[in-house]
Design a binder for this molecule. Structure first.
Ligand code: F6R
Length: 235
């Protein structure tokens, strides 16, 4: 595991964007696993800048996102599809048909999970997976549990996650209680994993994830079992 301390959020964002860009420079047809949340916003801004300045071409890139709230229409400005369009896809030369987010409106979320995993498999997996980390150690929406879930699956969000995500909604009541998330298979099959964490409030969980025991009680600790993980943090 490579662990990099960034001086501040801007440096974290620049470094993360450079790592993603180098994957695309190496292979213009790369498959990128992407995340939402507040941490990657600066990284996406950097990728947009590189694209606008002609240094990074997304025309042949495919993306798959980690997760989506259940029951939110993609047009809803709180959906993760909306977030990705707004923060990245609308501003770069990517073909939107090549951008994929789990369908939170699917009537059968288990079937949607199986479809999503088969789709990722058909792409040959992701070349890089970008991750943020929750205060409880979640990656995607894989919350602390007794087991690591392998497949893309439906989850009930933890009280801590609902509280943390309430900042994006008008009130805590409006935060959806369920979501669909990539499981550990789709995350861990990625050739490269990049985890970014910003803020003093993430210090303890990042430390436990990279140096503590590998346990489903700290979902991000599973990353210790992957051969190519870079963690960039600032706090
Ligand atoms: C988002 C996701 C989550 C976030 C995590 C951290 O797609 O999968 O695991 O990465 O909740 O969120 P922020 O960056 O807002 O602290």
């Amino acid at each position: 595991m490579k662990v990099i301390k960034a001086a501040n959020y801007d440096e974290l964002s620049r470094k993360a964007a450079q790592i993603i860009a180098s994957v695309v420079w190496n292979n213009p047809r790369s498959v990128l696993g992407l995340a939402t949340g507040s941490t990657p916003i600066g990284t996406y801004k950097e990728l947009v800048r590189m694209n606008k300045e002609g240094d990074l071409d997304f025309s042949q890139v495919t993306t798959v996102n980690l997760d989506e709230y259940a029951g939110l229409d993609p047009a809803n400005d709180q959906s993760y599809r909306y977030f990705m369009n707004d923060n990245l896809f609308n501003h770069i030369n990517i073909d939107k048909n090549n951008t994929h987010v789990p369908n939170g409106l699917a009537a059968d979320l288990a079937a949607e999970g199986a479809r999503y995993d088969a789709f990722i498999d058909s792409l040959g997996g992701t070349d890089i997976q970008l991750l943020g980390i929750g205060h409880d150690g979640h990656i995607g929406f894989n919350e602390p549990d007794d087991v690591f879930y392998k497949a893309t699956h439906e989850v009930k969000l933890d009280a801590m996650t609902i509280k943390a995500n309430a900042r994006f909604f008008a009130s805590e009541e409006q935060v959806p209680r369920r979501a669909i998330t990539m499981g550990m298979w789709a995350i861990m099959q990625s050739k490269k994993i990049l985890l970014i964490a910003s803020g003093d409030d993430k210090r303890d969980i990042v430390e436990r994830s990279i140096n503590g025991p590998v346990t489903p009680k700290v979902p991000a600790s599973i990353l210790q079992c992957h051969r190519d993980v870079t963690v960039i943090y600032t706090y």
